[in-house]
Unconditional design. Structure first.
Length: 177
């Protein structure tokens, strides 16, 4: 199906140097104004966060550097939010967004998934997504608490974002009807 892309970006500069860069690119199916509006607002929120929170943090960090040489070695921050349609049929569409904040060798990755009803233009809750696409049996390890799930290529993908104690985890379960 044809799709449209919501794009936005923002750059933080100080002393002619790029201190941080924000890039947002989200692919959404055409012809669904509620879905497109949701992701346009998501892109706007990501840019606003970059302007208000990330820019302030980066400028303070840069201002604390002692001399010109330290400022010359400052590594810029990069925030990327990418969204992609991973599943689409006549009734439903699933969009997965992945946000990556990187600075030097450090990377923080977070994921969010939304499954939409095309006819109504509404988000489906995770419990309904599991019931609609999970089939009768789904083998998922006990004790795995997912932050989200989405269907793709005959599988349900369950994921948990990183915490202070645990890294990003992803589990796949075959869809058995």
């Amino acid at each position: 199906m044809p799709s449209e892309i919501c794009r936005a970006d923002f750059v933080v500069r100080e002393d002619y140097r790029v201190l941080a860069r924000c890039e947002v690119e989200i692919e959404v199916p055409e012809g669904h104004p509620n879905i497109a509006l949701f992701y346009q607002k998501t892109a706007g929120a990501a840019v606003r966060w970059s302007e208000e929170v990330l820019a302030k943090k980066v400028k303070n960090e840069y201002a604390l550097l002692p001399d010109v040489w330290a400022k010359a070695r400052f590594l810029p921050y990069r925030f990327c939010l990418r969204g992609k349609t991973v599943f689409e049929d006549l009734e439903y569409v699933a969009v997965v967004c992945q946000a990556v904040l990187s600075h030097g060798n450090e990377r923080e990755v977070r994921r969010a998934a939304q499954v939409w009803s095309k006819r109504e233009g509404t988000l489906l809750p995770s419990r309904l997504v599991k019931r609609l696409f999970g089939g009768k049996k789904m083998s998922l390890p006990k004790g795995f608490r997912a932050d989200g799930c989405y269907p793709t290529n005959g599988e349900m993908i369950f994921f948990r974002n990183p915490t202070a104690k645990e890294p990003f985890l992803e589990k796949k379960a075959k869809i058995v009807s």
